[in-house]
Design a protein. Structure first.
Length: 138
């Protein structure tokens, strides 16, 4: 499961990797890259990259919490930016699945450099769960 989650085209395109996971928790690493910079004058990683990574990490934490693989879609994602990412530093993202229901999952994530309690951004999300058999039937 970890091998598949850590090898998505999205993560490969950003140069990111899954560094740890356990039931309901996933941690990703995003190395600094100039291709991810939003403003060349500051060298700060674009906020959209961080938002997408937070969303991805939440989905991965939910995937690690599920007993049976399911499809999922982001219903709501709130991002609170606490500070800009520091140029030239890697970003870590840790996500946790908070609750699973039959059709909905709740997760939160933090993006940070070295200390999770000093976040760059915090995400809280709600995700719709769909049996994989329903995904192909349209």
């Amino acid at each position: 499961m970890a091998q598949g989650m850590g090898q998505t085209a999205f993560l490969r395109a950003l140069g990111s990797e899954l560094v740890a996971f356990k039931k309901g928790i996933a941690r990703l690493r995003l190395p600094y890259s100039e291709k991810l910079v939003g403003n060349p004058a500051t060298g700060v990683v674009h906020g959209g990259v961080i938002t997408a990574m937070l969303d991805q990490a939440c989905g991965m934490a939910i995937g690690c919490a599920l007993e049976t693989p399911m499809g999922m879609a982001t219903l709501d994602l709130r991002i609170d930016y606490m500070k800009p990412a520091t140029p030239l530093e890697e970003i870590l993202i840790e996500a946790e699945c908070l609750k699973l229901t039959r059709e909905i999952a709740f997760a939160r994530a933090r993006a940070f450099h070295t200390a999770i309690d000093d976040p760059i951004a915090i995400a809280t999300g709600t995700f719709m769960l769909m049996p994989i058999s329903r995904l192909g039937a349209r």
